[in-house]
Ligand binder design. Structure first.
Ligand code: NAP
Ligand code: MG
Length: 403
């Protein structure tokens, strides 16, 4: 077969450990035989980040802004143990955090549905996508332990020196307090990313906060979403036949449990942290989740939702056979290739992404899967394949489509 052509390169961000091994296998077995793959390569493996003083991460994010689409392998976020293991000059920051800060994006996570790996919630016929605001609130809080009686106040000092004060509480004994913040521009970006993504995948958007209790903080989120929607998106939503729906967070949770899925659920930072773990575990595993960072200016970075699978990597280094699930990493590639195909009007590239995803799903549904899925599938007598064996089985399935 003649290889599928590309015009614009994808920004390719390589990573660490077991996912770096899978990355190469995916390229060799599933991409290079079919596509004249064009990428601009950035090695975000910890060694290269250390050598370049993390400049490579910043360069890769800037390249993503330039080209519009990136695909990222899982990477190590260093801790004290990693500093020693890799003899690091510094405890470099999380690459995902650095990239997110440069692109100012929102992360959308969606379970990958296959027959035989059914969600615990029986009525979830279609996947639910979680959009998590990735700035502020409790993640940028300031806390204090109150040792004893006294008055706690919120004080804002304006640029001109004028002060506004609110009493938080008059303590008559020990306690705790916490200060949180968010900024208008970040909430607006979050709203735009959500509205754009809803239009992109033509699904309804839900958003929920606790605005009845938090009449200024949470209510501001509600108001900003509504303003941005009315001004910039209302008509386009009508044309696309989709809706924007706001409700209270507890009402949203109740409705989500009873829904049949197939919508995007936008969450404040903390709600998104908690709810994305609920959705992913209800749907099987992190290895069966897609994840994409969408910036308000319309730049896309696709990745897997899981980490570098360190435990499997150490087994691999000892020469033991591994059975690591590559589906989320494959779907990071297909997501990026499909988006590149859309932007460059390359139908064959978009079709290839569809075919590769279908090949993964069909392979699993035929009973061939990695160990993590074999443990939870409802299919009888699944065949457990190695990391490489699964990718080969997907290749056979894909080749049938191009025979
Ligand atoms: P992890 O890589 O997500 O793996 C945790 C466990 O989940 C694994 O040991 C494995 O369970 C299971 N698992 C995850 N992905 C799997 C897959 N594809 N196939 C089969 N099983 C899978 O988390 P971690 O081991 O805690 O973290 C390792 C490194 O990843 C850390 O250095 C962390 O900084 C980094 N990390 C990176 C990202 C990212 O780049 N997006 C995200 C999270 C973590 P069993 O051992 O039971 O088989
Ligand atoms: Mg979490």
């Amino acid at each position: 077969m003649e290889k599928i052509k590309m015009n614009t390169p994808l920004v390719e961000m390589d990573g660490d450990e077991m996912t770096r091994i899978l990355w190469k296998m995916i390229k060799d077995e599933l991409l290079l035989p079919f596509i004249e793959l064009k990428t601009e390569y950035y090695d975000l493996g910890l060694g290269c980040r250390n050598e370049t003083n993390d400049q490579v991460t910043i360069d890769s994010a800037n390249a993503t802004r330039k080209y519009g689409v990136a695909v990222k392998c899982a990477t190590i976020t260093p801790n004290a143990a990693r500093v020693e293991e890799y003899d690091l000059k510094e405890m470099w920051k999380s690459p995902n955090g650095t990239i997110r800060a440069i692109l100012d994006g929102t992360v959308f996570r969606t379970p990958i549905k296959v027959k035989g790996i059914e969600p615990c919630v029986k009525n979830w016929e279609k996947p639910i996508t979680i959009a998590r605001h990735a700035y502020g609130d409790v993640y940028k809080n300031v806390e204090m332990k109150i040792p004893g009686a006294g008055k706690a106040e919120l004080v804002f000092t304006a640029a001109d020196g004028t002060q506004t004060k609110e009493t938080i509480f008059e303590f008559d004994g020990p306690g705790i307090i916490q200060g949180q913040h968010n900024v208008k521009t970040s909430i607006e970006s979050f709203a735009r990313s959500c509205f754009n993504y809803a239009l992109d995948i033509r699904q309804d958007l839900w958003f929920a906060t606790k605005d009845t209790i938090s009449k200024k903080y949470d209510h501001t989120f509600k108001d900003i979403f509504q303003e941005v929607f009315d001004k910039e998106y209302k008509e386009r939503f009508e044309q696309a036949g989709i809706t924007y729906f706001y409700t209270l967070i507890d009402d949203a949770v109740a409705r989500v449990m009873k829904s049949s899925g197939g919508f995007i659920w936008a969450c404040k930072n903390y709600d998104g942290d908690v709810m994305s773990d609920m959705i992913s575990s209800a749907c099987g595993s992190l290895a069966m989740m897609t994840s994409v960072l969408v910036s308000p200016e319309g730049v896309y970075e696709y990745e897997a939702a899981h980490g570098t699978v360190q435990r499997h990597y150490y087994n691999h280094l000892k020469g033991e056979e591994t059975s690591t699930n590559s589906v989320a990493t494959i779907f990071a590639w297909t997501g990026a290739l499909r988006k590149r195909g859309e932007l460059d009007h390359l139908k064959e590239l978009q079709d290839f992404a569809d075919n590769l995803e279908a090949a993964c799903v069909e392979t699993i549904e035929s009973g061939k899967m990695t160990k993590d899925l074999a443990l939870i599938t409802e299919l009888k007598d699944p065949v457990v394949l190695s990391s490489e064996g699964f990718i080969r089985a997907v290749r056979e399935q894909l080749q049938k489509k191009y025979a």
